[in-house]
Design a protein around this ligand. Structure first.
Ligand code: ZN
Length: 151
């Protein structure tokens, strides 16, 4: 039988072991740092934003498997999106992992591979690992220069 949980597990392991878009981004024009003191995850998100569109995204840093997988999936997903779409995706994901109601099937479909991280909602201490890259993305888009802290 097809097991969605196994698939999600695979996505997280794959993206944490072989993170996409890891490293510096030449010509970046937006940057923010994020830190999750609860777990020790630390990362920098770099973006190239042109005409309101996220042309490219990359991240650097060190963190747990969840934070790395989330950053990897994030950089994959926001490329080609408008700034507003990227911010909306952040809010959608943030809401899904922090609210009480479980995600609907439609929401999980919309989040594509990011749905693999929906399971962290059952582990409040890991929610910050999963959302760190997204808070940092949001800060970079808003040109907030102070490092983002999840605490
Ligand atoms: Zn973590």
């Amino acid at each position: 039988m097809f097991d969605l949980k196994d698939l999600y597990q695979e996505v997280i392991i794959d993206h944490s072991k072989r993170p996409r878009h890891f490293g510096k981004l030449a010509g970046q024009n937006r940057e923010a740092e994020g830190y999750n003191p609860l777990c020790g995850d630390r990362l920098t998100v770099e973006l190239i934003v042109e005409d309101g569109i996220v042309k490219d995204a990359a991240f650097e840093g060190a963190g747990c498997a969840i934070s790395t997988a989330s950053a990897s999936l994030m950089t994959d997903m926001v490329r080609g999106k408008t700034e507003a779409e990227a911010q909306a995706l952040f809010r959608q994901f943030q809401s899904l992992v922090t609210r009480n109601d479980p995600p609907t099937e439609d929401e999980l479909l919309e989040l594509e591979k990011l749905a693999a991280l929906a399971g962290v909602r059952a582990f409040p201490s890991r929610v910050k690992c999963a959302t760190l890259a997204w808070h940092t993305l949001s800060a970079a888009l808003d040109r907030r220069n102070a490092p983002v802290k999840t605490e």
